[in-house]
Design a protein around this ligand. Structure first.
Ligand SMILES: *Cc1c(COP(=O)(O)O)cnc(C)c1O
Length: 389
């Protein structure tokens, strides 16, 4: 902790998210070791690596560990390329013809997500070689070519000799629930669509389907697993399952302590009232940083290894805690919003449950105003802040 405080620019408030690069590397290695021998890992680093910071994590995706990086947007892929990331990159989202040309210039593989995007790719392939991954909808009902699209899909591919299908892929809708037969049905549907394409001369050397949840269940058909949330140590199954190491730890410090008498209120709306003489700690973080205001009066944080309740409404830039029961509490004490402190932990799943959402959204909500401090073991490798320190 002290090392970070020393390294950290003094003009910044003491609120940041620590990203444990060594934990991320161990998770990547653990997941890669779970794959069937012939399968390789596509690390899904979309949405800024689920809020952890895509560039820094992509740098840890060495070719021995990861075959490819997946992102949703062309902008996300370009950010990685411009930062010097040389691994193959797959862009999942639909691209128009301008975006497709830019992607190809930068050696970014389009993950063509349906017939419309395929028409764009086939058109661009009249002028140059275009290699794509083509998405089939086996039941997700969102993106991907459905069965009735296949005749026109076959036609488009036949009419574009310079269009190369490097892979066919699909996406599971409910792999996190092992009791749902849907995953198996989707696999069968995917297989039968692949066969239909093959019967009409459309084949691909590679296939992929698994996300984190399927991978954790050892359902990894084909050549790749596309793993996102598990890389960050979040639970990916609805049932208890082995969990990898959390990578993000969001912390702040007590800026002010105040003793209030019984009956006093704290915060906007005076929604919290002291039932006894109480000690209130204020910390410099708020909903503008992505800590949801819905956790007002219900969330908990860690101080000196103890859980403490949020007292009153969460403000834009400040949160108040009831630290009456924390012995020796002091200004400058570390406060953990997400992650471990001592033997206690506030997990992303815990916050997600209180917010009626999923860990993915908890991670993605951590705002740009919160600096990301990248650690490897005890060393601070880099700090990413939008204030240019
Ligand atoms: C986000 C995404 C993934 C990764 O999902 P996780 O549940 O985070 O592993 C895989 N495939 C596609 C198409 C995605 O959009």
């Amino acid at each position: 902790m002290d090392r970070i405080s020393t390294f950290f620019p003094l003009e910044q408030r003491p609120t940041w998210a620590e990203i444990d690069l060594a934990a991320f590397e161990r998770n990547v290695d653990a997941i890669a070791a779970m794959l069937p021998r012939e399968a390789k890992l596509i690390a899904l680093l979309k949405a800024d690596a689920y809020g952890h910071g895509a560039v820094e994590l992509a740098r840890r995706c060495t070719p021995g560990r990861v075959a490819m990086i997946g992102v949703a947007l062309l902008e996300e892929a370009l950010e990685l390329r411009r930062a010097g990331i040389e691994l193959p990159i797959l862009v999942l989202g639909p691209l128009n013809s301008t975006q497709l040309r830019v992607a190809l210039e930068w050696h970014i593989t389009p993950g063509v997500p349906g017939p419309e995007a395929l028409a764009v790719a086939a058109r661009v392939a009249q002028e140059r070689d275009v290699a794509i991954h083509l998405k089939l909808d086996s039941g997700m009902g969102r993106m991907g070519c459905v069965e009735s699209d296949l005749p026109s899909v076959i036609e488009m591919i036949r009419s574009a000799p310079q269009l190369k299908i490097d892979a066919l892929y699909t996406h599971f809708a409910n792999a996190s629930d092992p009791s749902d037969p849907m995953t198996q049905q989707q696999l069968e549907k995917f297989d039968s669509m692949v066969v239909t394409l093959k019967e009409h001369g459309v084949t691909a050397p590679q296939h992929h389907a698994a996300n984190s949840a399927a991978t954790m269940r050892s359902i990894v058909p084909g050549d790749f697993a596309r793993v996102g949330v598990a890389l960050f140590g979040a639970e990916s199954l609805d049932v208890d399952s082995p969990r990898l190491e959390p990578v993000m730890r969001w912390r702040s410090e007590i800026a002010r302590l105040k003793d209030v008498p019984a009956g006093a209120s704290v915060g906007y709306g005076a929604t919290w009232r002291a039932e006894r003489a109480s000690r209130i700690a204020t910390i410099p973080v708020g909903y503008a940083d992505g800590y949801h205001r819905r956790l007002s009066n219900t969330g908990e944080m860690l101080v000196r290894g103890k859980r403490v309740p949020i007292a009153g409404r969460i403000s834009m830039d400040l949160i108040t805690l009831d630290v009456t029961d924390v012995a020796d509490v002091a200004v400058g004490d570390e406060v953990v919003l997400l992650g471990h402190q001592g033997g206690e932990e506030i997990s992303a799943e815990e916050l997600a449950k209180k917010l009626d959402t999923i860990s993915y959204e908890v991670f993605c909500s951590v705002g740009a105003r919160v600096p990301r401090v990248y650690r490897h073991g005890d060393d601070v490798v880099r700090i990413r802040t939008r204030f240019g320190a």
